[in-house]
Design a protein around this ligand. Sequence first.
Ligand code: ATP
Length: 460
Amino acid sequence: MSENTAPTPSLEDIVSLCKRRGFIYPGSEVYGGLSGTWDYGPLGVALKRNIMQLWWKMFVDDADNMYGVDAAILMNQKVWQASGHVDTFSDPMVECSNCHSRQRADKLADPNKCPVCGKTSTFGEAKQFNMMFQTVVGPNFAKTRQEAAEGSDFDEKMDYNSNAVSYLRPETAQGIFTNFKNVVDSFYPDVPFGLAQQGKAFRNEISPRDFIFRSREFEQMEIEYFVHPDQWEAEFENWIARVHAWTDALGLPESSVHELEVSGDDRAHYSKRTVDFEFDFPIGREELLGLAYRTDFDLGNIQRVSGKSMEYRPKDGSPAYVPHVIEPSFGLERAIMAVLSAAYTEDQVNGDKRTVLKLPKHLAPVKVAVSPLLKNKPELVEKAREVYVMLKKEFGAVMWDDNGNVGKRYRRQDEIGTPYCVVIDFDTVEGDTTGTVTVRDRDTTEQTRVSIAELVRTLQ
Ligand code: ATP
């Protein structure tokens, strides 16, 4: 029997479990790390993919008016000029007068105390810091290497041709907008319809913090939902409901998810209405994902800068128009952090403290662990292997675990959120119960005997 004693986990609990059990490691750790970057280990990548697949299924496969795209990360610089990112995608930055660390002015908890050195500081006036990572495409230097090498100041003089400047995309949305016309021409969908994309986004955050919550490289799952301008309000409400269905599917308690109507001053430059969905993370209530009405801002800009029409022609012959857009923008890292925080539980089993990740079964990285009671008994190992192969064929994510005693295996599997452990013992291979195994449930810790013939069906 398990008895729940869980308070909200601390961020340290989550970080330490992720590192210890192979979910998430600090990026480039072996070289001392690189701030704001994280690497996913075997269980982390499985969890991440499960969340991405669930999202794709809910929003693309299960809908009849949604289309997927996968655009290049590097895009023509005009994309970011037209979208306003070159001019306005910046955060206010201040510098500590003591330790000279740079901080985001709008996120300082105390305007006179530095969160890095802890001393009373004067921060001075905020400067706007553009968060896009700039790069250069091709060996497109204004000066040849030979010419530059002949000079004494090679590094300083290696100017590139400004037409070759590109950026690592700070959002996936623009790769969707630039393909709006392509998809309309190929599929001619009725409005409303949506384009969906999952992929990396990069922001040179002034102070990355709180584990994966604010990283410099992260993953977004975005939808641009094209609507008739008269319909945006109703469609926006539909999206609020769909977002709640999503947070439910992630196993997040409804009481921990909050809608925040963002005021005009705080909205992004392109938005006429934004609702942020916040979650009670271990670090406090913070943004999990955003829902924004982007009007015709983006298609209008593309039309203006590219000179190509972004108008949509309804099939019934009514006048052409530039569709308006509702954008639900989901951050994958924040979803992972919310899922882990909601699932992390400490309870007591027979007087011992245990840590268990009560993940929704469809998100668990490992669905079933299979072990022989004793690893030095060939008859048990052989039977356990047979069961393992059978389950792996059916469920894929099945783990073989024969380290330590059974109690320890259960604890290890609990910690990574494996819903079921199957143990092959002497009763499996002899006596009245031949052909049955023990199935142990992660949440209740109850053990039941199930015949191997019924095992797949029972676990399903
Ligand atoms: P914040 O105010 O927290 O900086 P934002 O409002 O700039 O976020 P959006 O531009 O709306 O964020 O991005 C959409 C989503 O992408 C966010 O809701 C979040 O889930 C995710 N996201 C944005 N920035 C980061 C980041 N630095 N690290 C991880 N996820 C992020």
